[in-house]
Design a protein around this ligand. Structure first.
Ligand code: ADP
Length: 176
């Protein structure tokens, strides 16, 4: 599903983010940038060891913040590593932190003058965020950003599996 937001395209696809050709893909990293399961492991496996070398030099990333490395052997030129919150019932500032993770990633893409960025469904795997709530926050943050900025041509969400894709599609329909 593609929609036009201001001068940009917001796109939802079902798939594997490691094969995306956007300028940057976003990694749902952990605070130590140490690699792990899920999309993080998949990105490091597909992109090769140079991404982890750069992560080690950076050292870490706080929850809600974002850092950037090159994309190693990925098609994407950059990986933006952001750390979403662990869901703890929704009363520990998780929504603010999840919004911040998306916003800081978008700002980093703009600062690097990138034109396209792809996000996974941050925090919805091991970190346990309910997918519908996470989708609402992720999509609203992207829509608000695109309404205020003209530089990014494409913001894509690459959803792993039909169920997550369908939930994102439902939430997007409610927002537009
Ligand atoms: P978190 O720790 O932030 O919850 P996970 O990697 O456990 O991160 O999960 C985040 C989302 O990424 C989940 O929806 C998971 O299904 C999805 N995911 C896992 N592998 C991939 C992949 N290769 N491409 C896109 N999304 C993926």
């Amino acid at each position: 599903m593609d929609v036009r937001i201001n001068k940009s395209t917001l796109s939802l696809v079902e798939g594997d983010i490691t094969s995306e050709e956007t300028d940057a893909i976003v990694n749902a990293a952990n605070a130590r940038l140490a690699g792990g399961a899920g999309v993080d492991g998949a990105i490091h496996r597909a992109g090769g060891p140079s991404i982890m070398e750069e992560c080690r030099k950076i050292g870490g990333c706080q929850t809600g913040q974002a850092v950037i490395t090159t994309g190693g052997s990925l098609k994407a030129k950059y990986v933006i590593h952001t750390v979403g919150p662990v869901y703890q019932g929704g009363v520990k500032g998780e929504s603010h932190l999840l919004k911040s993770a998306h916003l800081e990633s978008l700002k980093l893409a703009s600062a690097k003058r990138l034109k396209s960025i792809a996000f996974p469904a941050i925090s919805t795997g091991v970190y346990g965020y309910p997918v519908n709530e996470a989708a609402h926050i992720a999509l609203k943050t992207a829509i608000d950003y695109l309404n205020e900025h003209d530089d990014l041509e494409l913001v894509r969400f690459v959803l792993f599996g039909r169920k997550t894709y369908d939930i994102f599609t439902d939430e997007l329909r409610k927002l537009i």
